[in-house]
Design a protein around this ligand. Structure first.
Ligand code: GLC
Length: 484
């Protein structure tokens, strides 16, 4: 049996702000239980809903040297859908209404504490992982601590670590003095070949230097992050570690995203009755959102954090008069930068029958939009994997994506001569390129509906469940431990 411990800052269903939580929630469940004992550890945030928290039980507590104090570390435990979850309790660090604060320095202190607590608690609960699988900057210090503070303790000998990058843009960077005060890490670690980054300390960089292996969430992103354009200042380091770096594309949870059994949508369907099923969902969603009820209009959706990363400017730049026309409707769900929120509120106010801007995160509405939309937009500047395009394919809403990262790996461009492909794509990060692709999609939708419908069905038949990706993770774990 191979023991694996996932360490992360969020995990579905307990706490989620993005796709990271979906992956940490789904991957452990999909690994072979006969060969892997996988457990997950996250902070014990007070914002975890009571319907879960009330079932957690106390396992242990101890005091740990941190930031010059003795800090309390409580360990809570809960078994859910066959997986054991641990939660690091410390009210000073993990209370609040959201998992992250708006103060990066404070978050760095909180997650540094979390990293140390994860390692300190393992002998206490008697679980010795063969591999600690760390996700994103919040857990970047774990590989570092394995090679420093915890290196001489026999319990940790041979414990390996993997660092998975879900988003390289966020690295956890703060000044070295504060960082060293909290962690007590030795001076020699704060050099440019280790944790130092432009005279500051960088948590993710530490993880990438010291982890035994690095992964990211698609093959294309694994290539892109070795270049200056996408490397966020770490391309040199990532290139030097290229022999220990690979991409494994994410899946989605097919039990949650299943148009045949999804209770959140108006009308269930599968590939055999997708055209009529989706038409019914569209009609009902138009009604719910106060849009003109007209089945002939092309309904285009977007579900996203409203940030520059997601390419929102490509859309907002050309929205009026060019993207939107009388035959098109647009529905947005998401929150983010105020400039985008206001722009889309304005469009909705100006074109009430054709535009609906839902500035919120509403999971039920999101499912209904996936079921109703003819097309979903994912024009990201960069996208490590992206989950919306996978969900769109599953629900027969054709994705239109920029050819980057996981979007490139999962959406095959439509070829009108061979009648192949599952979506529309464009390459240059430029409004005109985006608009060109939208116009092409519109022409297929309005003039070649049979081809459109065939493409929609091809998309629904793709397999982006976790099966395949989980096998790749299993192979990597065993390879890393010399088992295959
Ligand atoms: C981040 C990335 C996204 C990826 C997700 C899960 O949110 O931005 O592309 O799908 O992590 O790995």
């Amino acid at each position: 049996m191979t023991n694996i411990l996932f360490a992360a800052s969020e995990c579905v269903p307990f706490v989620k702000t993005g796709g990271l939580a979906d992956v940490v929630g789904a991957l452990p469940k999909n690994l072979d239980k006969e060969r892997f004992d996988v457990r997950v550890i996250i902070p014990y945030y007070t914002c975890i809903p009571g319907r879960y928290r009330n079932f957690f039980h106390y396992r242990h507590h101890f005091f740990m040297d941190y930031a010059g104090r003795q800090e309390h570390v409580g360990i809570m435990e809960y078994e859910y859908h066959g997986i054991k979850y641990y939660y690091v309790d410390n009210e000073y660090y993990f209370n609040g209404e959201t998992p992250y604060s708006s103060d990066l320095k404070w978050d760095i202190e909180r997650f540094t504490f979390f990293c140390k607590a994860v390692l300190a608690m393992m002998p206490v609960i008697g679980f010795r992982p063969d591999i600690i699988h760390c996700h994103d900057w919040q857990t970047g210090l774990i590989p570092v601590l394995l090679h420093s503070t915890f290196a001489t303790h026999p319990f940790y000998q041979g414990v390996k670590s993997i660092m998975t990058i879900h988003n390289l843009k966020f690295q956890g960077v703060w000044d070295i003095d504060a960082f060293q005060h909290n962690t007590q890490l030795p001076d020699y670690m704060f050099t440019p070949d280790k944790l130092e980054f432009h005279k500051d300390a960088n948590m993710l960089k530490g993880g990438l230097v010291y982890a035994d292996y690095i992964t990211t969430v698609s093959e294309t992103y694994a290539e892109e992050i070795k270049t200056r354009e996408y490397g966020e200042g770490l391309d040199g380091l990532l290139s030097s570690r290229k022999m220990s770096l690979r991409g494994i594309v994410n899946g989605i949870d097919y039990s949650i995203f299943d148009p045949k059994n999804d209770k959140k949508i108006f009308y269930n369907y599968d590939v055999s009755d997708a055209i009529t099923g989706k038409a019914e969902n569209k009609r009902r969603l138009q009604e719910e959102l106060g849009l003109e009820q007209d089945g002939r209009k092309m309904l285009i959706g977007l579900i996203s954090r409203l940030t520059d990363q997601k390419g929102l400017n490509l859309l907002s730049d050309v929205f009026e008069g060019r993207f939107l026309d009388d035959n098109t409707q647009f529905v947005l769900i998401g929150t983010g930068e105020p400039g985008y929120e206001n722009a889309f509120r304005y469009f909705a106010g100006r074109y009430p029958g054709n535009v609906s801007a839902n500035i919120c995160y509403n999971d039920e509405l999101a499912h209904r939009l996936y079921a109703a939309a003819d097309m979903m937009l994912v024009p990201s500047r960069f996208e490590p994997c992206g989950l919306t395009q996978l969900i769109s394919l599953r629900y027969g809403s054709i994705p239109l994506v920029r050819e980057t990262g996981g979007l490139k790996d999962t959406v095959q461009p439509y070829n009108e001569f061979e009648l192949t492909g599952t979506g529309f794509t464009f390459k240059e990060f430029w409004s005109e390129a985006f608009l060109g692709s939208v116009n092409y999609a519109k022409s297929v939708f309005f003039n070649y509906r049979d081809n459109w419908n065939d493409m929609l069905r091809r998309g629904m038949e793709q397999d982006f469940s976790w099966n395949n990706s989980a096998k790749q993770y299993e192979g990597m774990y065993e390879w890393l431990l010399g088992k295959n």
